[in-house]
Every structure is written in structure tokens, then in C-alpha cells.
Design a protein around this ligand. Structure first.
Ligand SMILES: [Zn+2]
Length: 133
């Protein structure tokens, strides 16, 4: 075997090995993607289970003490998100439609999404305040 033949053979072998490796890299990447997709499915189902549990809790159905604490934690988070949304509305000088919660400019008389007249809604809110005072 000539030196050139030997070199050529080595190069070919290396190229074949490289192709094999890159083939398995592609395969591994594909499998990892598939695993990610499957794991996302599990996460989605976990979320649905959790959501169902929270809905049961919100409807007053009994839940175990461990899960009850988690439901109360969700209540607190929902309240804090509501506070932050309220703050954003203040900062943007905007209001939320009381019917569909779409964010509207303060001067908008009608909700562009559900069509509810905003003045009436505000009056109702003000009346509500009067009753409380
Ligand atoms: Zn609306």
C-alpha cells in the first residue's frame, strides 16, 4: 500500500466516522427535542390538574391540607397581580372595562371590544362607593 493510499484511506475512514458521529448527533438532537415535547405535554397536564384542583377549591370543594396551602398561595398571587394591574392602569392613565377587562383610555366612552358604555359603568362604581361611605 502506498503512502498516498494509506492517507486516502485514513481520510475516508475519518470522514465516515465523522458522518457517523454527526448522524448520531442529529439523532440525539431529535430525541432531545422529542423528549422536550413530551415533557411539555406532562407540564401541560400537570397545569390542568392543578387548575382543576384550584377550581374545586374555589367552588368550596374539599382539598387536602397540603394542597389547600398551595391554593391559598395562588389566591395571594392573584391578589398581588390584580394590584399590579391596577397600578399599571393608573400609570398609563387607563381603565379596564368592567365587563370584559379590556384596557381602555380614560376618555373612551365605549369598550371597543364588548361595546359596554363606560360612563354608566363608572357611575355604578361611584354609586357603589357612596353606598360604602
Ligand atoms: Zn368591554
Amino acid at each position: 500500500m502506498s503512502v498516498l493510499d494509506s492517507i486516502t484511506r485514513k481520510v475516508t475512514d475519518t470522514a465516515k466516522a465523522a458522518a457517523k458521529i454527526s448522524g448520531s448527533v442529529v439523532e440525539v438532537t431529535k430525541l432531545n427535542l422529542s423528549i422536550n415535547v413530551e415533557e411539555e405535554k406532562i407540564k401541560k397536564i400537570y397545569t390542568e390538574i392543578g387548575k382543576q384542583l384550584y377550581e374545586d377549591y374555589a367552588e368550596g370543594k374539599p382539598v387536602s391540607e397540603e394542597l389547600l396551602r398551595k391554593c391559598i398561595a395562588i389566591d395571594e398571587i392573584i391578589a398581588s397581580i390584580a394590584e399590579m394591574k391596577e397600578k399599571i392602569l393608573e400609570l398609563r392613565n387607563a381603565k379596564a372595562c368592567p365587563n370584559c377587562f379590556t384596557v381602555l383610555d380614560m376618555e373612551m366612552e365605549y369598550c371597543y371590544k364588548c361595546g359596554r358604555k363606560q360612563d354608566e359603568a363608572q357611575k355604578e362604581a361611584e354609586d357603589g362607593k357612596d353606598v360604602q361611605v
